[in-house]
Ligand binder design. Structure first.
Ligand code: GAR
Length: 229
């Protein structure tokens, strides 16, 4: 963002409920200059979230707003929005944040809330989705970064990464393969936003100044026989 002659870094607020490995990937990408932004707030709804310790270790402003302290979801949302606005947050990044975002929250940050989901949306929204992909017998799984709208995992898709499902996969091995890609595509999506490269057009997100990539099919299991390929 240009302000006079000064190029300001995007002010990022990260919301997390769990261990915070995605938060860590964003912390590391900011430190390495791969994201032109800085995390100005880490906010957890769970006092035991490992993400709080990661924020502490990285010297980031962090706090817990425990959803259990609120009778109504709207009041919890309002407390979170108030904190993020006080911090001057420009992009809200949900990194394993296991709460639904209400309308007032969405209205406070229109087109400025991102989420990462460990499945290839629109397949497998919701919870325990790596196991669902495995149980379904899908040949590919993956992860999706999307803008958040009023539904559950339904907003416009920004980036996806695909991984194969292997015959001997367990829920843990598949989750680990997907998580590795989450740590690549979330910083990438945030950087595209920071650079002003993302434009939401209906359900589609256009990535400006992105060269057309040749289409390349992924086939799993791979076709080895030259007579079939
Ligand atoms: C990640 O796999 C993320 O995609 C998922 O929670 C995990 C958090 O891990 N999010 C969702 O399922 C949201 N629907 P982390 O705390 O180590 O980043």
């Amino acid at each position: 963002m240009i302000n006079g002659n000064r190029v300001e870094k995007l002010r990022i607020g990260v919301l997390a409920s769990g261990g915070g490995t995605n938060l860590q990937s964003i912390i590391d990408a900011c430190a390495a200059g791969k994201i032109h932004g800085r995390i100005v707030r880490v906010l957890c709804n769970n006092p035991d979230a490992g993400a709080l310790q990661r924020a502490e270790k990285a010297g980031l402003s962090h706090c817990c707003i425990n959803h259990r302290d609120f009778e109504r979801r709207e009041d919890f949302d309002q407390a979170v929005v108030g904190q993020l606005q006080q911090d001057g947050v420009e992009l809200v990044v949900l990194a394993g944040f296991m709460r639904i975002i209400g309308k007032a929250f969405l209205d406070a940050f229109p087109g400025r809330i991102m989420n990462i989901h460990p499945a290839l949306l629109p397949s497998f929204p919701g919870l325990h989705v790596q196991k669902k992909a495995l149980d379904y017998g899908a040949r590919f799984a993956g992860c999706t970064v999307h803008f958040v709208d009023g539904g559950v995992d339904t907003g416009p898709i920004i980036v996806q990464a695909v991984v194969p499902v292997l015959d001997d996969d367990t829920e843990d091995s598949l989750s680990a393969r997907i998580l590795e890609q989450e740590h690549r595509i979330y910083p990438y999506a945030i950087e595209l936003f920071a650079q002003g490269q993302l434009k939401i057009e209906g359900r589609r997100v256009k990535v400006l100044s992105q060269p057309d990539t040749p289409s390349q099919a992924l086939i799993n299991p791979p076709i080895f026989s030259s007579s079939l390929s």
